[in-house]
Design a protein around this ligand. Structure first.
Ligand code: MTE
Ligand code: MOS
Length: 762
C-alpha cells in the first residue's frame, strides 16, 4: 500500500484551522431575512389559541407563520409521523420545545423581539417526567400507550441457563442524557435561485433526509430543492434527523416570502429543542459457570424517548443487538422498551443506543469476575467472540473477528500485570486517593443493519480534470470525522495521484444520488467502496487507452506516487490526464455500492443483524479523590479491530475524541431538568470535558483483521471509538473505590454518597 494506512495531512484541515471554512452561519444573501422560533415552553398541554397580530405590528416583521401556512404535510417522524412541524390549535403540546410559530424579519433582533409578541394559550396537562411514571400509563404522552415500542431477542432457553448456573448476577443500571455538544449549533439558510430552485444550505449529516422532509412540508417535487451540506462543525448523531426540523423553518419562510431566510440556533435553543442520548434503566440477570463462562443473559432496558418517536425505534434495534456485549451467549432473553415522556425527544448519538447496555453488561462481567475470583481480563478473553461463534442474535461470524487480538494487544500494550501491581502499591500508600483499573470489551455492528438494508447504498462521483486534479463528491458527509481525507486516500491509492491534488466536495442532493444517512460508522465502508469502484473504472479507462496508444500490455501499467509507469516510461499523472482528455477518454465515473443481503427474523431478533462488526478493548486507569469525589482519567489503552486502517491520523483522532466524549458521558455531563424544562441550557452549566480534563496519555493501537467486503478490508470506527470508554471508566472507578457503580454519569456527590453507604442512584 502506498497511501492506505499512512500518515496523510487532513485535506480540510488548513481551511478549518485558518477559519476560512464556510459554515451555515457564514452564508449571506442579498435581501435576506432572519428567522426566530416561538416555543410552547410548557411540557404538556393543549394549544387553545394563537394570536399573531401584535407580532405583525412590530416594524420589520415580514411574516409570522403558523400551522395554517404549511402548504404540505405538517408532520415529521422518521418511522412514525407523530411530531407536528408547527402545532395546530386544538392539538397537544408534548414538550417545552414544541414549536408554535415562526417569524421572518429584517433583522435577527426584530425577529427575536417579535417572537415574544406572539400570544397563545395552552391548557396545561400534568406532565409525565420519568420512565417509572410513564410505564404506569396513567397519563398518556403520545400514541395509545407510553410504551411506544418493544424489541426483543429470544434465543435458546434462558431458564435452563439459570438452573445450570453456578453464579447468577442480578443488577440494575441507570444512565443519563448526553448532549452532543457539537461546537457549531444547528442552522440553515434557504434561498431561491433565479431558476426557482429552493437551495438549502444546512449543517447536517444527512442532506437526503432534509431533502425529503422539506419537499413534504412544502409539497414541492424533489427536483426543485437542492440541499447543500455546509461545512459541519460536528454532528455526533445530533445532526441526523434533526436538521430536517431546523431547515424546514427557513424553507417555509422563504417559500412564503420568496426571500432568502436564515436561521441559526443559539446554544440555548439547540439544547432545549434538539435530540440527546436516551436516558435508560436496565435490569440484568446473567448466568455464569464457575470458570466464568456465560450461560445466559436476561435483560430489560427502558429508553426514555421523550415526546416523539423520531429515530427511537432504530436506536432500540441497536440497543437490543448490543445488549450482551461482545460475548458468546447461548441463551438470550432481551427486552428493550421505548417509553414516551414529556421531555425533549431523544435520538441518534454516537453509539446509537448501545452505550447504555454496554455499560450494564460490562459492569455485570466485572462483578462476576470479582465474585468468581477471575481477573477481568481473563473472563473477557474466555467469553469473547471468535471465528465460528455466534453473536447474541445468532449471527455466525465467519471472518474479520479480531476481538481476542484487541484484548491481547491492550494486555501487552499496558503491561497489565505490572500496572496492576503499581496500582495496588499506590493504594497502599494513599489513604484519600485511590486508583483503579477498568476493562471494557465491546463490539459494534457496522452498517444500517437488517432493518435498514434498503437505505444502505452509497454513491461516489469522481472527475479527473485535464490538469490531473481530481474532484470527488460522495453522498455521505464530512462532519469532522475525517471522511474527506479517507476518501481522498482511497482514490489516491487507486489512481496514484497525490492526496493534495484531490478535492472532496460538499454533497448536493441535486447532484448525487441518495446515499443514505451518514451514520452507523458506515462512511468508510460504503462511500469508501463507492469511491473505490468509481476510481477503478477511471483507471480502467485510462489503462485501455494507454495500452492502445503505447502498444503495451495492461499489466505493464502502474499508478503510484503521482506518476503512471508505462513499461519503461514514467509520465506524471497530470500529463496522462491531459493526454487522455485530448483523446476523448472518459475521465468521470460514478461508483455505487450497496449492502449485501442480511437475513434476520425481526420478531425474535435472531439472525444477521449487521454486515460486519468492529471489536474494541479499552483499559482505563483512574484516580479518585475520596474527600472531594473528583475522578481523574489518568491514562487509557485502546485497541480497535477496524479491518484495515485507511486514514491513520484520522483513526487515531477518532479514538482520542471518542475516549474523551465517552469520558464526559461517564463522569461529567449531566442534563438537569425541572418540570420538564432543561436547566443546563449552555456550557456554563452543562459541563463537557475541556483540555484540562483529558488524560495524560491515550495509547492507541489497531488490529487489522480484514473484512473481504470492505474497501481494502476496512470496517468502521466512528462510534466504537466512544463506546469502549464509558464502561471501562465506570469499571475503573468501581475498582478504585471497591464499590459497584450502577449509574452514569458518576458525579462527585455520588462518590461521597456511595462511600457513606448509599447507592449511586439514591
Ligand atoms: N467525529 C467527529 N469529529 N465529529 C462527529 O460529528 N460523529 C460520530 C463519529 N465521529 C462525529 C465523529 C458519529 S455519531 C458517527 S455515526 C460517525 O462519526 C460517522 O462517520 P463515519 O461513518 O465516517 O464513521
Ligand atoms: Mo452516528 S449516532 O450513527 O450519527
Amino acid at each position: 500500500m502506498k497511501v492506505i494506512g499512512k500518515k496523510v495531512q487532513r485535506i480540510d484541515g488548513l481551511q478549518k484551522a485558518y477559519g476560512s471554512a464556510k459554515y451555515a452561519s457564514d452564508y449571506y444573501f442579498h435581501n435576506m431575512l432572519y428567522a426566530s422560533v416561538v416555543y410552547a415552553n410548557v411540557p404538556h398541554g393543549i394549544l387553545k389559541s394563537i394570536d399573531t397580530s401584535k407580532a405583525y405590528e412590530l416594524p420589520g416583521v415580514v411574516y409570522v407563520a403558523t400551522y395554517k401556512d404549511v402548504p404540505g404535510s405538517n408532520k415529521f417522524g422518521h418511522i412514525i409521523k407523530d411530531m407536528n412541524f408547527l402545532v395546530p390549535v386544538g392539538d397537544k403540546i408534548r414538550f417545552e420545545g414544541d414549536v408554535i410559530a415562526l417569524i421572518a424579519a429584517e433583522s435577527k433582533e426584530i425577529a427575536e423581539q417579535a417572537a415574544k409578541l406572539v400570544e397563545f394559550e395552552i391548557e396545561e396537562l400534568p406532565p409525565v417526567l420519568t420512565i417509572d411514571d410513564a410505564i404506569k400509563d396513567q397519563v398518556i404522552v403520545n400514541g395509545s400507550s407510553n410504551i411506544g415500542f418493544h424489541r426483543k431477542i429470544r434465543r435458546g432457553d434462558i431458564n435452563e441457563a439459570f438452573s445450570n448456573a453456578d453464579l447468577v448476577i442480578e443488577m440494575e443500571f441507570e444512565t443519563g442524557y448526553q448532549e452532543h455538544a457539537y461546537l457549531e449549533p444547528q442552522g440553515a439558510v434557504a434561498y431561491y435561485t433565479p431558476d426557482n430552485i429552493l437551495e438549502i444550505y444546512v449543517s447536517a449529516q444527512c442532506p437526503f433526509y432534509v431533502h425529503e422532509d422539506v419537499a413534504n412540508i412544502l409539497n414541492i417535487p424533489l427536483n426543485k430543492i437542492n440541499v447543500i451540506q455546509t461545512e459541519t462543525g460536528g454532528g455526533f448523531g445530533g445532526k441526523e434527523d434533526v436538521p430536517s426540523y431546523i431547515a424546514s423553518k427557513p424553507a417555509l419562510l422563504s417559500y412564503l416570502t420568496r426571500r432568502p431566510v436564515k436561521l441559526i440556533y443559539t446554544r440555548e435553543m439547540d439544547i432545549k429543542e434538539t435530540s440527546k442520548r436516551h436516558p435508560s434503566k436496565s435490569y440484568y440477570k446473567v448466568a455464569f459457570k464457575k470458570d466464568g463462562t456465560i450461560l445466559g443473559v436476561k435483560s430489560s432496558t427502558y429508553l426514555d424517548m421523550g415526546a416523539y418517536s423520531t429515530l427511537s425505534p432504530i436506536v432500540m434495534y441497536r440497543t437490543t443487538v448490543h445488549s450482551c456485549s461482545t460475548y458468546k451467549v447461548p441463551n438470550v432473553h432481551v427486552d428493550v422498551y421505548g417509553v414516551y415522556t414529556n421531555k425533549v425527544p431523544c435520538g441518534a448519538f454516537r453509539g446509537f443506543g448501545s452505550p447504555q447496555v454496554l455499560f450494564a453488561m460490562e459492569s455485570v462481567i466485572d462483578e462476576a469476575a470479582k465474585k468468581l475470583g477471575i481477573d477481568p481480563y481473563e473472563i473477557r478473553l474466555k467469553n469473547t467472540l471468535d471465528i465460528g461463534d455466534e453473536t447474541a442474535t445468532g449471527h455466525k461470524l465467519t471472518q474479520s473477528v479480531g476481538a481476542k487480538k484487541t484484548l491481547q494487544k491492550v494486555f501487552t500494550m499496558s503491561n497489565y500485570s505490572e500496572l496492576k501491581r503499581k496500582v495496588e502499591e499506590f493504594n497502599k500508600n494513599n489513604k484519600y486517593k485511590k486508583r483503579g483499573l477498568g476493562w471494557s470489551h465491546i463490539f459494534y455492528g457496522v452498517s444500517l443493519g437488517s432493518g435498514g438494508q434498503h437505505l444502505d447504498g452509497a454513491s461516489a462521483e469522481v472527475l479527473v480534470h485535464p490538469d490531473g486534479t481530481i474532484n470527488i463528491m460522495i453522498g455521505n458527509t464530512e462532519m469532522g470525522q475525517g471522511a474527506k481525507t479517507t476518501m481522498a486516500i482511497i482514490a489516491s491509492e487507486i489512481l496514484g495521484q497525490h492526496v493534495d491534488k484531490i478535492t472532496v466536495l460538499q454533497p448536493q442532493t441535486l447532484v448525487i444520488q441518495d446515499s443514505g444517512p451518514t451514520v452507523a460508522s458506515r462512511t468508510t465502508f460504503f462511500s469508501g467502496n463507492a469511491v473505490k469502484i468509481a476510481t477503478e473504472k477511471i483507471r480502467n479507462n485510462i489503462i485501455e487507452f494507454l495500452t492502445d496508444f503505447y502498444g503495451v500490455g495492461k499489466t505493464e501499467i502502474k499508478f503510484a506516487d503521482g506518476k503512471v509507469y508505462i513499461r519503461d516510461k514514467i509520465i506524471s499523472f497530470d500529463e496522462v490526464a491531459e493526454l487522455c482528455n485530448k483523446h476523448n477518454v472518459k475521465l468521470s465515473e460514478v461508483g455505487w455500492y450497496k449492502s449485501p443481503k442480511l437475513h434476520f427474523d425481526q420478531e425474535n431478533g435472531v439472525g444477521e443483524a449487521y454486515i460486519t462488526y468492529t471489536f474494541s478493548t479499552q483499559l482505563s486507569l483512574v484516580e479518585v479523590d475520596l474527600l472531594t469525589g473528583k475522578i481523574d482519567l489518568k491514562e487509557a489503552w485502546v485497541c480497535h479491530d477496524i479491518g484495515k486502517v485507511i486514514n491513520y491520523d484520522g483513526a487515531v483522532g477518532q479514538v482520542h475524541g471518542g475516549v474523551i466524549q465517552g469520558m464526559g458521558y461517564a463522569i461529567m455531563e449531566e442534563i438537569k431538568q425541572e418540570n420538564g424544562k432543561i436547566l443546563t441550557d449552555n456550557f456554563n452549566n452543562y459541563i463537557i470535558p475541556s483540555i484540562k480534563d483529558i488524560p495524560e496519555k491515550i495509547h492507541v493501537d489497531f488490529v487489522e483483521d480484514e473484512f473481504s467486503e470492505g474497501p481494502f478490508g476496512a470496517k468502521g470506527l466512528g462510534e466504537p471509538s466512544l463506546m469502549s470508554s464509558p464502561p471501562s471508566i465506570a469499571n475503573a472507578v468501581s475498582n478504585a473505590i471497591n464499590k459497584r457503580i450502577n449509574r452514569i454519569p458518576i458525579s462527585m456527590e455520588d462518590i461521597i454518597k456511595i462511600q457513606t453507604g448509599g447507592k449511586s442512584d439514591e
